[in-house]
Design a protein around this ligand. Structure first.
Ligand code: SAM
Ligand code: SF4
Length: 445
């Protein structure tokens, strides 16, 4: 039996794609291995959002070729594969096959072709109409948490972003399929599902089938209510697009205990000038209106975001607007990225005129501001009780367990492995900027 090692870069969608790639391979009699040394086939599921991620791919292929004298088959999957296509073979002639974002279901065919002697196999075609979105128990990234894709691709074309090119146009999965999927996971004992997509709240299925019985001003809020009705313990969703974020989403959260109190709403910048250049489709005032609604909702909803610093023409004044925005929003957590020009995007034509040094300085300053805010927010949890889904043994200490709250904060605590997969009440006794610590009070489910 041939052994396959699969390495994944990038977002949740890539992790989810990799779970299904491994599922297909296992069903076709390949053996998945976490050990690259013993593997016959090495696969990289790639990310192209920033240049750094793309470089990592070439470095890793170089390492594989240098380290092992035995010839391993190397396949490149995902976003870089989709964008580069055939040119990847010129960039790195030691690559054996290239499979685009929608061709991953045909991974075993690609490997078989190479094993039969065909060199440089390429498939950047469309997804099969009957593509199977399910994941084998053995290939899930967690026994208790499952990713459920609800929408693929992106139509927004923010000027800096490669995703609409690497993942194509938005395509929503039919609601009955999603609801069936969640019911199945619930029966299998999964406690938490993450509805995933580049912009989940742009969900627009071809028909309203499966959503007729659910209220909501948008298909997405109807879907949230429909998924909540499955009775699964926890539902999270990411990523939300600010322009499409309407109050009906907050209403659905307020009404359904199992819709978690966490919203990830990437703002990207605090400056209207930069937001316009990014073609985000929202002003900072629009964004603040949404934040005000979230912050004043019945449930305490935590808020996280993405920010890009050093976008072309970002002046010191624009950057100061981003600092003010961070203070206004009081994010529970924030991913900060230095702008990375991507070939093929409209912003690639703009002069990348914020120097490396300025980007570095702004990154440090923004990170520090966020750290201070976050420290205060995390401290406010002291002596409070939170419900945590126990996910794993802590990586820092074998006797500790680690899990997340409904508001998506990491909590560490002492407890026996019997608690894994359970939802427990934890009293918070200590806080740091990124982690809460506490002790177990009760176990629920
Ligand atoms: N669809 C989501 C949205 O609208 O915010 C985000 C998806 S994108 C894959 C994840 C994050 O990567 C973005 O929110 C943005 O902050 C960052 N990103 C995308 N392109 C980038 C670029 N060229 N340089 C730096 N960061 C980038
Ligand atoms: Fe990229 Fe913008 Fe689409 Fe998000 S909404 S994936 S940032 S183009």
């Amino acid at each position: 039996m041939k052994k396959v090692y699969l390495e994944t870069f990038g977002c949740q969608m890539n992790v989810s794609d990799s779970e299904r790639v491994a599922t297909v391979l296992e069903s076709e009699n390949f053996e998945m291995t976490p050990d690259e040394d013993s593997a016959d086939i090495v696969l990289f599921n790639t990310c192209s959002v920033r240049e750094k991620a793309e470089h990592k791919l070439y470095t890793r292929i170089g390492q594989i070729r240098k380290l092992y004298s035995k010839k391993k088959i190397v396949g490149v999957l995902g976003c870089v594969a989709q964008l580069e296509g055939e040119t990847l073979f010129d960039k790195n002639p030691s690559i054996d096959f290239v499979l685009g974002t929608k061709a991953v279901g045909r991974v075993s065919k690609a490997i078989e072709s190479v094993l039969e002697g065909r060199s440089k196999f390429l498939d950047v075609g469309e997804r099969e109409p009957d593509y199977d979105w399910s994941v084998a128990e053995t290939q899930k990234h967690s026994p208790y948490i499952s990713f459920v894709p609800i929408i693929e691709g992106c139509n927004k074309f923010c000027t800096y972003c490669i995703v609409p090119f690497s993942r194509g146009r938005e395509k929503s999965l039919p609601a009955p399929e999603i609801i069936r999927h969640v019911h199945k996971l619930h029966r299998q004992g999964v406690k938490e599902v993450h509805l995933i997509g580049q912009n989940v709240n742009s969900y627009r299925p071809k028909t309203s089938e499966g959503l007729e019985d659910f209220r909501g001003a948008t298909a997405f809020s109807k879907l949230l209510r429909a998924v909540a009705a499955t009775g699964i313990a926890r539902i999270k969703f990411t990523t939300s697009f600010p322009r499409d974020f309407h109050t009906d989403i907050i209403e659905a959260i307020n009404e359904n205990e199992n819709l978690c109190n966490w919203v990830h709403l990437p703002v990207q910048s605090g400056s209207n000038k930069i937001l316009r250049l990014m073609r985000r489709g929202h002003t900072i005032e629009n964004y603040f209106e949404r934040i005000d609604k979230i912050k004043t909702s019945d449930r305490k909803i935590s808020l996280t975001t993405d920010i890009i610093i050093g976008f072309p023409n970002e002046s010191e004044v624009d950057f100061q607007d981003s600092l003010k925005m961070v203070d206004y929003c009081q994010f529970d957590s924030c991913y900060i990225f230095k702008y990375s020009p991507r070939i093929g995007t409209p912003a690639y034509q703009f002069e990348d005129n914020v120097s490396v040094e300025e980007k570095k300085q702004r990154f440090i300053e923004l990170e520090e501001r966020q750290r201070l805010n976050q420290h205060r927010i995390f401290k406010s949890y002291l002596n409070k009780t939170v419900q945590v889904l126990v996910e794993k043994k802590s990586s820092q200490n074998n006797f500790d367990l680690s899990g997340r709250t409904s508001c998506h904060k990491v909590v560490q605590f002492k407890g026996s492995a019997a608690l894994l997969g359970k939802i427990v009440d934890i009293e918070i006794t200590e806080s740091k900027s990124n982690t809460l610590y506490g002790k177990v009070l009760n176990t629920f489910v």
